[in-house]
Design a protein around this ligand. Structure first.
Ligand SMILES: [Zn+2]
Length: 53
């Protein structure tokens, strides 16, 4: 059985606006982008929200 290609998926959430993005574990954090909750157009603040199976 080949199990090497199974990748975990991580759900990230921005602590400022609550936006959620799901990424594969090996692709890292989502692009910073622009957070609509930040008045100066600053980037989202991504934190790991949960791991999806
Ligand atoms: Zn945000």
């Amino acid at each position: 059985m080949e199990v090497m290609l199974i990748m975990k998926r991580i759900e990230y959430m921005c602590t400022h606006c609550g936006k959620k993005e799901t990424r594969n574990e090996n692709t890292g954090r989502p692009n910073p982008g622009k957070c609509p909750r930040k008045s100066n157009g600053g980037p989202h603040v991504w934190v790991k929200n949960r791991v999806l199976n």
